[in-house]
Design a protein around this ligand. Structure first.
Ligand SMILES: *[C@@H]1O[C@H](CO)[C@@H](O)[C@H](O)[C@H]1NC(C)=O
Ligand SMILES: *[C@@H]1O[C@H](CO)[C@@H](O)[C@H](O)[C@H]1NC(C)=O
Ligand SMILES: *[C@@H]1O[C@H](CO)[C@@H](O)[C@H](O)[C@H]1NC(C)=O
Ligand SMILES: *[C@@H]1O[C@H](CO)[C@@H](O)[C@H](O)[C@H]1NC(C)=O
Ligand SMILES: *[C@@H]1O[C@H](CO)[C@@H](O)[C@H](O)[C@H]1NC(C)=O
Ligand SMILES: *[C@@H]1O[C@H](CO)[C@@H](O)[C@H](O)[C@H]1NC(C)=O
Ligand SMILES: *[C@@H]1O[C@H](CO)[C@@H](O)[C@H](O)[C@H]1NC(C)=O
Ligand SMILES: *[C@@H]1O[C@H](CO)[C@@H](O)[C@H](O)[C@H]1NC(C)=O
Length: 354
C-alpha cells in the first residue's frame, strides 16, 4: 500500500565459529484477497499481517492489540492514509495510531521493545494489520511535534540484531499463492535468467530514480513501448496502478471497453474490459539498457469481476491517485519473480523465479 503521510536473521550463522553459513531462512507467506500474509507475534498475541513494501511501520488493526505485561505505552504516533487498501486496489484507508513498545517475534527472531502501532481509530485493514518493509520514513520524528512518530523498521531491526550486512531481503512470490520473505543475499538457487538492478530512493518508498529520461523504465503494451515511467515497487498494493490518461490510452489501444468510476473521495478509477474468449493483452515494463519486457502474469489478475465468465477485466488499473510518470507496481507483477531489496545501497533487483 502506498502511504500518504502527514509528514535479519534468518541468515543465521549456524553456531558461532567456523561453521559454514546456514542458508538464508525463508519466512513463509500466503496470498489471500490480493495481500501476502505472514505470522507476527506481539507479546502473547499472534497476528496475521500483510507484508507491505509500500509502508514503514508495523500496525495492528483497531481493537485487536491487547495490553500485556511487556507492553509499554508511548504517547507518540501518527495519522496516515493508504491507497490500494482493498482487493482490487481502489480503496483508501485512514489510520490513527499510537506506538506501544513490546516484545515481538517474527519467524524465529525475537526483538525486545519493538515499536508496534496500535490503531486507535481506523478503517478496516486486511486481516490483522500491516508489517511495513519500505525504506525508512524520511521523517521519523518531528522536532516541532513531540507526539509525532513514524515507527521503526522491522527489516532494519532484524538486520541489526542478526548481523545481516548489507541489510537486504527478498520477496519470492510464486504464482500459486505461496511465497517467501528471505533475509540476506539473494538465494541464487531460486532464480534464473538476468538480474535487473535499479537504484531507488533511500527513503519512504522503493521508488526507482533515474538520472536521465533515457535511463528511466518503460511501460510496455504487447511489444509496443508506450512511455517512460517512474515506478514504485510495492507488494502491498494488490495490483498494478498507473496514471488515468496513460492507462485509458493503453486500454483503448488494445480495443478494451473503458469503465470509469468516481467515488465519494473524488478518486477516479479506470478499468478495461474485454471478451474473455479473446487472448488478453499483455502489459509490462522494461528497464533500459535491456529491452527485455517483464510482463504481469496473466493468471495473477485481481481485477476479474465476471460472474458469467464472459467479460474479463484488464490487469492494470488507472487511478487519479497516481500522477504521471509514477506507477505503482503491485503484487500481481511480483508473482513469478524474486525481488531483492537492499537498504544499504538503496537498490531493488529482480529476476524470474527458477
Ligand atoms: C502463538 O503462536 C505460538 C507459536 O505457534 C504458539 O505457541 C502460541 O500458543 C500461540 N498463542 C496464542 C495465544 O494462540
Ligand atoms: C490500543 O488502543 C486501544 C484503544 O485506545 C486500547 O484499549 C488498548 O489497550 C491499546 N493496546 C495496547 C497494547 O496498549
Ligand atoms: C522481553 O524481552 C526482554 C529482553 O529480551 C526479556 O528480558 C523479557 O523477559 C521479555 N519478556 C517477555 C514477557 O517475554
Ligand atoms: C549497512 O548499513 C549499516 C548502517 O545502516 C552499517 O552498519 C553497515 O556496515 C552497512 N553494511 C555495508 C555492507 O555497507
Ligand atoms: C539476458 O541479457 C543478455 C545480455 O543483455 C541478453 O542477450 C539475453 O537475451 C537476456 N536474457 C533474456 C531471457 O532476455
Ligand atoms: C526521469 O524520467 C522521467 C520520465 O519517466 C522524466 O520525466 C525525468 O525528467 C527523468 N529524470 C531526470 C533527472 O532526468
Ligand atoms: C475532483 O477531481 C478532479 C480531478 O480529478 C478535479 O478537477 C475536481 O475539481 C475535483 N472535484 C472536487 C469536488 O474536488
Ligand atoms: C482472470 O481471468 C483470466 C482469464 O479468464 C484467468 O486466466 C485468471 O485465472 C483469472 N484470475 C483470477 C484471479 O480470477
Amino acid at each position: 500500500m502506498k502511504l500518504f503521510s502527514t509528514a535479519s536473521l534468518l541468515y543465521a550463522l549456524g553456531a558461532v565459529g567456523l561453521v559454514a553459513a546456514a542458508l538464508p531462512k525463508d519466512v513463509p507467506l500466503r496470498l489471500s484477497q490480493g495481500f501476502w500474509h505472514a505470522r507476527f507475534s506481539v507479546g502473547p498475541q499472534n497476528f496475521s499481517l500483510t507484508v507491505d513494501t509500500g509502508s514503514f511501520a508495523v500496525l495492528i488493526s483497531e481493537g485487536l492489540y491487547k495490553p500485556n505485561p511487556t507492553s509499554v505505552q508511548t504517547n507518540q504516533g501518527e495519522f496516515i492514509q493508504f491507497n490500494g487498501a482493498n482487493e482490487d486496489g481502489t480503496l483508501f484507508a485512514s489510520e490513527t495510531f499510537t506506538f506501544v513498545k513490546d516484545n515481538v517475534t517474527f519467524d524465529d527472531v525475537a526483538l525486545a521493545g519493538f515499536l508496534v502501532g496500535n490503531i486507535t481509530d481506523g478503517d478496516p485493514l486486511d486481516e490483522d494489520g500491516i508489517i511495513g518493509f519500505s525504506p525508512p520514513a524520511s521523517e521519523i520524528t518531528d522536532p516541532n511535534d513531540p507526539t509525532f512518530l513514524a515507527g521503526q523498521s522491522l527489516a532494519q531491526a532484524i538486520c541489526d540484531q542478526e548481523n545481516i550486512s548489507p541489510c537486504e531481503f527478498g520477496l519470492a512470490l510464486k504464482t500459486d499463492g505461496t511465497g517467501s520473505l528471505i533475509f540476506g543475499p539473494i538465494d541464487e538457487s531460486k532464480i534464473k535468467g538476468n538480474l535487473t538492478t535499479q537504484k531507488t530512493l533511500a527513503f519512504d518508498a522503493w521508488w526507482v530514480v533515474n538520472t536521465t529520461e533515457a535511463d528511466s523504465p518503460f511501460f510496455v503494451v504487447g511489444d509496443q513501448v508506450v512511455t517512460h515511467i517512474q515506478p514504485i515497487f510495492d507488494n502491498g498494493t494488490p495490483n498494478v496502478i498507473g496514471p488515468l490518461d496513460t492507462v485509458r490510452a493503453a486500454l483503448e489501444s488494445v480495443g478494451y471497453a473503458i469503465i470509469e468510476t468516481t467515488d465519494d473521495n473524488n478518486v477516479t478509477n479506470i478499468f478495461g474490459t474485454y471478451d474473455c474468449s479473446c487472448e488478453p493483452a499483455r502489459f509490462g515494463f522494461s528497464f533500459p539498457p535491456s529491452a527485455e519486457v517483464h510482463y504481469i502474469d496473466l493468471g495473477a489478475n485481481v481485477l476479474n469481476r465476471t460472474a458469467d465468465g464472459k467479460t474479463c477485466t484488464a490487469n492494470i488499473l488507472g487511478s487519479s491517485m497516481v500522477d504521471a510518470p509514477t506507477w505503482q507496481i503491485g503484487q500481481t507483477w511480483f508473482q513469478g519473480r524474486y525481488v531483492q531489496h537492499n537498504l544499504n545501497t538503496s537498490t531493488i533487483a529482480f529476476a524470474e523465479l527458477a
